[in-house]
Design a protein. Structure first.
Ligand SMILES: Cc1cc2nc3c(=O)[nH]c(=O)nc-3n(C[C@H](O)[C@H](O)[C@H](O)COP(=O)(O)OP(=O)(O)OC[C@H]3O[C@@H](n4cnc5c(N)ncnc54)[C@H](O)[C@@H]3O)c2cc1C
Ligand code: SF4
Length: 477
């Protein structure tokens, strides 16, 4: 049973103290505890209580800052992360995509040591192990939904059903609000209960504020419960940071380390909305049923999205009677998205209320994004949309022809041209051969902060594979 907060100061000691209970932390806890190590997990958020409420309700209970965190820079980019036991896995769409080998080769070309740190065969084996653990499977035809089927028809040979960790999916399209049917093997329902069976102790509502160091050796962490009481957790073998590439660099900076937070990356994402002549939400549909991944020179990831009505409604343009009439047709409205493997890098810095993410896309990233949105708009029209609403500065409010759709690629790619958001984050911490923060013994990074670049595909599968390798190496230490 997860320990939900504390009304007195707590002291703990264990072989491993893991900070963060999301994709990377839960994976480490699962494998380290199964290997016979004692494990304490500290999680800032509360136990995940998934309700049947609307998107705003989920935002306030399961997301960090209710989903309102933004980057600092000229782009308008929201940063979405889970903040609860299970982390972002609770609100993730469930897509599990293996790392493209071309991306791994790029890492090794940048620095040959990646071939030893994360050998390709080890990554593949770890991915297969996690796929089996989480019951990953291809989205079946009956859960494509109308929009998924339309996407599949409109992008022949390019679109394919997603692979997801949703063995009990009933197609209610609510993954981003947390699954009300417990149909998704999010960490709170899979890896963490397994870890607890092996003896791991998981504390919720406990924010780690500082790493305790003796010289250049990490000895434990100091945290604070929501109640104000203190947690002191000492690690006999290592402190494992698994709080995401936004919070891991921040925690290191808070703890007095320097030279961290640089080289941060993400997958900037934008969506298009389309009005179809017939209802497109008529039967069961998985949240992210269909995707199209383009690798090589242009790394682009196109997806269908089943969003809460309140979120989809925020993408509907117009004012007064025009807006009202469109909102009356919500059942005819589909949202499709595109994310790009941006080359821009940013940095994590300390702000007055937590991490500040300084980031701005490069012109070439925005050009790629516009091209991908043009492809998506054309596909939407071919799939039967009467109108596409791009929501891009400089574009018509309503696109109704293929010519107009193609012209989206030619818009001036100025920063801030459309509302961006990101859920996938990478980089910011340099590690040594044992995944320790360079120059600090016993301070291990297990999340995507250690990755040299972005993955180009949905990252959770890679993050879990990397965390599995980190756990295996340290269990054997
Ligand atoms: C809405 C959404 C949809 C997504 N969909 C997909 C998808 O379909 N497929 C995919 O591959 N990826 C998806 N992702 C991305 C994926 O979920 C993340 O890449 C992955 O979960 C990151 O793993 P992590 O362990 O680094 O961080 P998280 O899973 O975010 O977990 C980090 C945890 O650390 C906790 N924490 C942070 N700071 C502290 C602290 N100081 N003390 C204690 N605890 C702390 C946080 O509260 C959080 O619970 C999605 C993400 C979001 C937000
Ligand atoms: S689509 Fe609905 S039923 Fe399926 S996993 Fe997501 S939330 Fe659960």
């Amino acid at each position: 049973m997860t320990i939900d907060g504390a009304l007195r100061d707590i002291e703990e000691d264990a072989d491993f103290v893991i900070v963060g209970s999301g994709a990377s932390g839960a994976t480490c806890a699962r494998w380290l505890s199964a290997a016979g190590c004692s494990v304490v997990v500290l999680e800032e958020g509360a136990p995940a209580k998934v309700g049947k409420g609307d998107g705003l309700d989920a935002m306030s209970r399961l997301y960090r800052s209710a989903g309102a965190a933004m980057t600092v820079g000229k782009d308008r980019m929201a940063l979405l992360q889970g903040r609860c036991v299970g982390g972002s896995t609770v609100v993730a769409g469930g897509i599990q995509s293996g790392l493209p080998e071309a991306v791994w080769r790029e890492w090794v070309a940048r620095d040959a040591r990646w071939a030893q740190r994360l050998p390709w065969e080890a990554l593949e084996m770890a991915r297969e192990r996690m796929d089996a653990e989480l019951s990953v499977h291809k989205t079946p035809r009956e859960l494509w939904g109308e929009t998924g089927a339309a996407f599949f028809r409109a992008l022949p040979g390019q679109a394919s059903p997603t692979w997801r960790n949703t063995p009990g999916c009933q197609g209610s399209g609510r993954c981003l609000q947390g699954c009300p049917h417990r149909g998704k093997t999010s960490a709170d329902l899979s890896l963490l209960p397994q870890a607890e069976q092996y003896g791991a102790r998981i504390y919720a509502r406990c924010k780690v504020e500082r790493i305790l160091m003796e010289g250049h050796v990490a000895k434990g962490v100091r945290g604070r419960f929501e109640s104000g009481k203190l947690m002191t957790a000492r690690a006999r073998k290592a402190v494992i940071l698994a709080t995401s590439p936004i919070h891991t660099p921040w925690l290191l900076l808070q703890s007095g380390l320097r030279n961290v937070g640089q080289g941060w990356r993400c997958h900037p994402r934008a969506v298009l909305t389309g009005l179809f002549h017939k209802p497109v939400h008529t039967g069961p549909a998985a949240s992210l049923a269909m995707e199209s991944v383009v690798h090589g020179a242009a790394d682009v990831h196109l997806q269908t999205l089943e969003l809460p009505r309140s979120w989809a409604a925020s993408r509907v343009p117009g004012l007064g009677p025009a807006l009202a009439s469109r909102l009356e047709q919500m059942d005819h409205i589909a949202v499709w998205g595109s994310s790009v493997r941006a080359e821009a890098t940013g940095s994590i810095r300390r702000g007055p209320w937590g991490p500040r993410v300084h980031y701005e896309t490069l012109r070439k990233d925005r050009v790629l994004l516009l091209k991908s949105l043009a492809v998506l708009a054309e596909a939407m029209l071919q799939a039967g949309a009467m109108e596409v609403w791009p929501g891009i500065d400089g574009a018509p409010e309503v696109v109704t022809s293929v010519k107009q759709a193609r012209e989206l690629a030619l818009i001036d790619p100025a920063p801030g041209l459309t509302q961006l958001f990101a859920t996938d984050f990478f980089g910011g911490v340099a590690v040594d051969e044992r995944f320790q923060v360079e120059g600090v013994s016993g301070l291990v990074v297990a999340d995507a902060s250690l990755l040299p670049t972005s993955t180009g595909v949905s990252p959770m599968s890679t993050i879990m594979a990397v965390a599995t390798i980190v756990a295996e190496r340290w269990a054997a230490a």
